[in-house]
Design a protein around this ligand. Structure first.
Ligand code: AP5
Length: 214
């Protein structure tokens, strides 16, 4: 199963990708997570990417495409993968298509998270993440067992730099300008499946299960 999760910031891609990973036993591949790890490790890529990410801007295609194509060559992706946050531009989608066509393993389904952008600010400002990368929660919609504490390692949860309101606006603009055109791109390829991303977590999960296993 090779799946892309496409949707605006805060639409639930990461949360649902983790659930599908658990259910199907295929890895979530999140370019956001890979980039944040590179920033934590202070690699050359991480140092280059950090300014863009903190500002809520997209990291240049040249950096992200290479990172993603290398990741999906790893052994754990042989049986499939869930791409979360990639592709985000038409050049990224074209590069992915070309690489997968060469390998004879095309994308099966693109799950399009449909949601009114006005509803996303509340989701993003209430998100809290583990500084060690162990997961993320929401103060209201998906709280950790202990307030503001990571369920996995016990660290104090933090707010992502790009979850400040002004940065959220920049991310939404990037989504509209660069990522939304991918809806038409994948619809033309006949692999796009819309789901209503506004519902409760379990309702959204059920819709995704239905479209990826159809
Ligand atoms: P990335 O980490 O991919 O961020 P994003 O796309 O902005 O997505 P988010 O993680 O904010 O949202 P999500 O849809 O995963 O929602 P989530 O499940 O967390 O990218 C970060 C940055 O990295 C980019 O800005 C860019 O700089 C760079 N980058 C990454 N990939 C790139 C690429 N391909 N090209 C260029 N640059 C790239 O949910 C959000 C909150 O809502 C959570 O708190 C959750 O608990 C809650 N929630 C989820 N679902 C529900 C629900 N159904 N009801 C109520 N609450 C819910």
């Amino acid at each position: 199963m090779r799946v892309i999760f496409l949707g605006p910031p805060g639409s639930g891609k990461g949360t649902q990708a983790k659930r599908l990973q658990e259910a199907q036993g295929i890895p979530q591949v999140s370019t956001g997570d890979l980039l944040r790890q590179a920033v934590r490790d202070q690699t050359e890529l991480g140092r280059e990417a950090q300014g863009y990410m903190d500002a809520g801007k997209l990291v240049p295609d040249s950096l992200v495409i290479a990172l993603l194509l290398e990741r999906i060559q790893a052994g754990d992706c042989a049986g499939g993968f869930i791409l979360d946050g990639f592709p985000r531009t038409v050049p990224q989608a074209e590069a992915l298509d070309a690489a997968l066509a060469e390998q004879g393993r095309p994308i099966d389904t693109v799950v399009n998270f449909v949601i009114d952008l006005g509803r996303l600010v509340e989701r993003l400002v209430g998100r809290r993440v583990c500084p060690g990368g162990h997961g993320e929660w929401h103060v209201r919609f998906n709280p950790p067992q202990r307030d503001e504490v990571c369920d996995v390692c016990g660290a104090a949860l933090i707010q992502r730099e790009d979850d400040q309101e002004d940065r959220i606006r920049t991310r939404m603009e990037a989504y509209r300008a660069d990522t939304e055109p991918l809806i038409a791109f994948y619809r033309e390829h006949g692999v796009l499946q819309d789901i209503d991303a506004l519902g409760e977590l379990d309702t959204v999960t059920a819709q995704i299960e239905a479209v990826v296993t159809r």
